[in-house]
Design a binder for this molecule. Structure first.
Ligand SMILES: NC(=O)c1ccc[n+]([C@@H]2O[C@H](COP(=O)([O-])OP(=O)(O)OC[C@H]3O[C@@H](n4cnc5c(N)ncnc54)[C@H](OP(=O)(O)O)[C@@H]3O)[C@@H](O)[C@H]2O)c1
Length: 284
């Protein structure tokens, strides 16, 4: 800014600083600068399942990269609102929706679109993690898991694609190493995530060149909350044996990969494993 001029962020006014104290006459001018001119527009992201664990880490990382973020949640409503308070202006809003329900998905998208139609990044992070031996599961269980973990990410991509296209935006689908190599007793989950691998490629093909579509496939980065995965459990030991790097990752590892893919203009249709080498070891 020209010497003698200063900008007051609070009032958004440019001031002509008064001449030196020794001058006989003090003249002050002020000009109102429209907000749109004074601040570059933030990019806008929607993160599903953004209130807890991996989703929360993604939200927080995007905010440090100067995104404004819609935080979607389902049951973690209180955690979402507490996060919104800590994020302040960087939180575009909290939206609660059961992604297993088609109407709720429509309402979620309508709310995002109603906000000036601004969206640069969709992160499909939310997913269920249901387990059980195949003989004890029902077709209804499979349908429920497919709705949340496969139909929902595709449905959100479809509904938000035009808006993303206007801003040359992108989509990042959070997948799972289990989408490549099955986990015993997670047939429904693995099948949905394997479908999401293909959906990522197929969407990338159809939405190019305006919208890029990529994925991140975490290995274990946060222990499942069920009691059999408690500290020192045989389940934990079995998981650790499958990770060549010898330890689980962190939710922040996934968040950095999401931002990388969001920022790289010539990558589309790819799913990036962030798994400590689990896939390189072919799941053994
Ligand atoms: N944690 C890992 O080590 C790991 C490993 C591989 C892949 N992943 C993938 O990374 C992503 C996040 O994992 P995470 O461990 O953080 O998951 P998580 O703790 O199991 O949380 C699941 C998230 O999905 C949301 N969700 C579940 N069912 C939903 C529904 N019907 N409607 C709307 N939202 C729903 C939950 O929202 P509410 O809490 O608001 O209900 C929650 O935010 C998932 O896609 C997962 O498959 C994680």
């Amino acid at each position: 800014m020209r010497s003698g001029l200063s900008f007051d962020k609070n009032s958004r006014r440019v001031r002509l600083d008064p001449p030196a104290a020794s001058a006989r006459r003090v003249v002050r001018y002020s000009v109102v600068v429209p907000a749109a001119l004074s601040q570059p527009k933030k990019r806008v992201a929607l993160v599903t399942g953004g209130a807890v664990r991996v989703g929360r880490a993604i939200v927080e990382h995007l905010v440090t990269a100067d995104y404004a973020v819609w935080v979607h949640c389902y049951r973690s409503v209180q955690a979402a609102h507490e996060l919104a308070v800590t994020l302040g202006d960087a939180c575009r809003g909290v939206i609660t929706a059961d992604l297993g329900d088609d109407e709720a998905r429509s309402r979620l998208c309508a709310q995002v679109l109603a906000d000036n139609g601004e969206l640069d990044l969709l992160v499909n992070n939310a997913a269920s993690f249901e387990a059980g031996p195949v003989q004890l599961r029902q077709d209804a269980d499979l349908r429920r898991v497919l709705e949340t973990n496969l139909v929902a990410p595709i449905g959100l991509a479809r509904r938000l694609a035009a808006t993303l296209a206007r801003r040359r935006g992108c989509i990042v689908n959070i997948n799972d190493a289990a989408g490549y190599h099955p986990w015993r007793e997670y047939l429904d989950h693995c099948t949905a995530k394997a479908g999401l691998l293909m959906a990522t490629r197929a969407l990338a093909l159809e939405l190019a060149p305006q919208v890029r579509v990529n994925g991140v496939a975490p290995g274990t980065v946060a222990w499942p909350t069920s009691p059999e995965y408690g500290p020192g459990s045989p389940r934990r030991a079995a998981v650790l044996r499958r990770i060549p790097l010898g330890q689980i990752g962190q939710p922040a590892d996934i968040a950095r990969a999401v931002l990388f893919l969001a920022d790289e203009p010539h990558i589309t249709g790819q799913t990036l494993p962030v798994d400590g080498g689990t896939l390189a070891a072919c799941g053994r």
